[in-house]
Write a protein of this length. Structure first.
Length: 339
């Protein structure tokens, strides 16, 4: 729902379409920047240093015999003030449906990867574009590429035929292509040097090398449905084994070595629900909110309260309250900062 910065949280505004920054200490809006002609947003903005980057579905209203024209607008804003740094329009194609709302797949100090596609089966091919983070210049676009992960030198995605592929960030040349036979695959970024590919059947999960497309970790009959990168060197993935029992795996992002797994029947330990990971600490939900050591899996604290945070940084933890449809913000000391 939001992207967490050191002192501010950033979210899309779906009414006055744009980006709003909220103070983590107060919960109040600090700035809002609207995007003209913006109509639809998806997922969350991305924060790169002092820059917030967002992608918007925009509509240029037609007149007379001319139909409305759909497009994609990518903006970069100053993270502290909301001042516009650059704005870039990308033609979206006249047949691109409203359900294919664009989103920022990934962003770093050099590149921004934006993708537009429908979830599930779609007749309209996906569209992805790579932009320069500093200037907004479009480096390349690909009308048959569903971008899912961005690394420093390669963008990973799926072709319309279902094959995975890696494209060079420098010029868009295809570096590798691989048929993983995962069906209607789901994908995410589990951390630097890894791309998660998860199919529709149990045991379809792979962690692959984004630079080469080769498999770095095959968990067998275990499906790893979500991964949480701690910002250092560990990603913690939750899922289910072949029997449907909840499982948690911790993986070193540099070596793809499995560090620990839960459940551990020998130690009589179960697998908790993983909600977040940050700088060597895993936040989880068992009978109470708790933390584990990211490198060893050992319990750290088991008395954090009733609900574990979904977003964490050095100073704050954010908990979403689905009944109130609100986010509670807690300082690192454990006291609630705002609601």
């Amino acid at each position: 729902m939001v992207t967490l910065g050191p002192r501010l949280a950033y979210a899309y505004d779906r009414d006055d379409v744009g980006i709003t920054a909220y103070g983590l200490d107060s919960g109040e809006p600090v700035w809002h920047t609207a995007v003209p002609k913006g109509v639809t947003v998806a997922r969350t903005p991305r924060l790169v240093g002092d820059t917030v980057i967002g992608a918007f579905d925009t509509v240029e209203e037609g007149s007379g015999t001319y139909a409305d024209r759909r497009g994609i607008t990518v903006v970069a804003l100053d993270a502290r003030t909301g001042r516009s740094l650059w704005s870039r329009e990308i033609p979206g194609g006249k047949d691109r449906p409203a359900e294919a709302a664009p989103h920022v797949v990934g962003a770093d100090t050099r590149h921004v990867l934006v993708a537009s596609y429908e979830q599930g089966y779609a007749e309209t091919p996906p569209l992805s574009a790579l932009l320069d983070t500093r200037t907004g210049q479009v480096i390349w676009t690909d009308p048959d590429f569903k971008g899912v992960d961005l690394e420093q030198s390669v963008a990973v995605g799926m072709r319309g035929d279902g094959d995975f592929a890696g494209k060079a960030t420098s010029d868009g040349d295809q570096l590798w292509k691989r048929d993983l036979r995962l069906g209607e695959a789901m994908t995410s970024d589990p951390g630097p040097g890894l791309t998660r590919a998860d199919g529709t059947q149990a045991g379809d999960t792979l962690l692959i090398d984004p630079a080469t497309g080769t498999t770095r970790l095959d968990p067998g009959d275990t499906s790893l449905s979500s991964c949480h990168y701690d910002g250092w060197n560990t990603t913690v993935c939750a899922g289910a084994d072949g029997s449907g029992k909840a499982t948690v795996w911790a993986v070193d992002v540099r070596t793809a070595r499995v560090l620990w797994r839960l459940p551990d029947e020998a130690a009589d330990r179960t697998a908790p629900g993983i909600t977040a990971a940050w700088h060597g600490v895993v936040f989880a939900q068992a009978d109470q909110a708790m933390t584990l050591d990211a490198r060893t899996g050992s319990d750290l604290r088991t008395d954090l309260g009733p609900v574990s945070p979904a977003l964490v940084n050095d100073g704050y933890g954010l908990v979403y309250d689905p009944l109130a449809r609100a986010i509670d913000v807690y300082r690192a000391t454990g006291a609630a900062a705002s609601g």
